[in-house]
Design a protein around this ligand. Sequence first.
Ligand code: ATP
Ligand code: MG
Length: 514
Amino acid sequence: MENPQIPRHEKTILVLEPNAADRDRIAYRLQESGYNVLSSGDGTYGLNVLDTGQVDVVITALVMKPVSGTRVLEVARAKDRRIGVIFITDYGDVESAVRCMRAGAFDFLQKPVNIDKLIAIVDKVVENQAVEMENLQLHRQLDSKYGLSNIIGNSSKMVQIFEKIAQVADSKATVLITGESGTGKELVAHAIHYNSPRRDQPFIRLNCGALAEGVVESELFGHEKGAFTGAVTRRQGRFELADAGTLFLDEVGEISPAVQVKLLRVLETGEFERVGGMRTVSSDVRLITATNRDLWGEVQKGRYREDLFYRLNVVHLELPPLRERIEDLPLLVDHFIHEFAAQHQKEVEGVTNDVMTCFYQYHWPGNIRELRNCIEGMVVLSRGSLLQLEDVPYHVRQGARRQETAGYPFPLDTNRQLQDASTMILRGLHEYMSAYLQSYLGQFLPSAPQLEQNDNQVTVEVGHSLEDMEKKLIEATLKKVDYNKSQAAKVLGIGRKTLYKKLEEYGIDGEPRV
Ligand SMILES: Nc1ncnc2c1ncn2[C@@H]1O[C@H](COP(=O)(O)OP(=O)(O)OP(=O)(O)O)[C@@H](O)[C@H]1O
Ligand SMILES: [Mg+2]
């Protein structure tokens, strides 16, 4: 019976069998099942077909003259190793059949041939080919998603990052990626994995900051049945799941001292025990970690183990905030516009000069994520081919205006080089001016209509969006509870996970400002 999953009509089977009666019987049944069939009693014909046409499966007699079945196999494998070759041997000639299997044949059948069995084997070859194609396509998609070419930037800081990624990808060295929220830490972790020899193995991720203390341990190392209430079955941890692949631990600065000890041991010995278990489990994992905390500062304050820090920090990648590589702005804007124009089927091609100036002036606390979200929103709401200043979110325009009124007008020159040069100079000037203004003249700064905020209050003027209000309330609450996220979530009446989602959405880094 025909299996509808197998596209038999698209597949060509070459049958080479000197015995005409056997050959016709096989060809007839294969054709009847839907396959395209080419058949002959002469191996030379087979070689010609392989040379000139598309063949998916070869069924060939082992003993043939003047061209033997093994020669056909050689030619087929040289042409495309995915072509499946099935041998038909004389009854009892198991020895040579085994030799052919060693040479790379898919299977063999002895005469008299059981045709149902033969068709089942052909189906299997075709199914394997389909799976292989699917994997190949999946790889191509992953390449385009996580390849280095998808990390946008040509500033000198980013070029250094690309060089370092290329250098470390091949090794098993542990990598620590640091940088503010939204600077691309996770993107870089993916790129390292997909450019490493482990690319066909799993990439497993765990966000240590989003989980309660006890849960992190069982997520990392797994647990045995009955290890704690609710552990109804044995469960593998991320270290086991990532065996032979890469484990990415996000927010690694958040793990408790007890888990720090266990992590250190796995890094030193490759071994650990599941929670509630006695048996030692081993795993070959390449570890990449990320944090937006100052981990060395944590070590110095005695909150993080120094020995673990050195183990994690074998290779260090520090991702610059967007404001420190602002010369990448045009490339990033262009990239995201194209991404979202295609995704939302909009005919947007660029931004006006006013928008670009505004983007240059804004300080992008949420970095690339904030820029990406900002552009997606603008593309969705766009009406023409250029995104306009009035489409820029209110808080971005306000932020930019504040910089401008602080004596920081940003010129936008159409000459790119001049623009980059002035950007660099003005950025230095801007940093100096902001520091100066903040320390001495803070109280005189022109106050654009803002959401005012003190320790106990968030005051909102009409004209702000609900989102602006929510963002400010979250920021103020975090500050009030000393950046304890569980506490903040409780006060706000939302779950921890929702709070994390919102922090990400609004580009709030959720850490105390120093
Ligand atoms: N250089 C870049 N080029 C293109 N897209 C980028 C780049 N850097 C970051 N992004 C995009 O910005 C978003 C945020 O990046 P990512 O999640 O890697 O940041 P992160 O540093 O891990 O942030 P967090 O600390 O908040 O977890 C993602 O959508 C990512 O694809
Ligand atoms: Mg991240």
